[in-house]
Every structure is written in structure tokens, then in C-alpha cells.
Design a protein around this ligand. Sequence first.
Ligand SMILES: [Zn+2]
Length: 60
Amino acid sequence: MSDGTAGMREAESGDPGFVYRNGWTHFECGDCHEVIYDGRWISSEDTEELKRIHRAACTG
Ligand SMILES: [Zn+2]
């Protein structure tokens, strides 16, 4: 089953309340529209680092 919330439920089961305390991070590449990250909250620094890594391999 994949309804887009499975990862969120999994994170909640591993650390109850984390998502509600900290939020959820989801972003896609602006060029190829691939989902770069979909998971528990990460900092803007980590977000930028993941985007930077993706751009090196991006085919979009
Ligand atoms: Zn891309």
C-alpha cells in the first residue's frame, strides 16, 4: 500500500510524536520533479545539502 503517508506513519511508530512536534519535510527537484526527500523534518542546511547532491546527478 502506498498512499503517501506510509513513511510518516513509520516515522511516528519509531519515534511517537516526532512528526507532530517537528513536522515533515518533502521537496522535489525543480528540474526533473523527482522527489528528493520525503521524511521526518530536517534542517534547511540538510535540505540544501541534499539538493546539492541531487543536482550533481540530476538528468532534468
Ligand atoms: Zn533533478
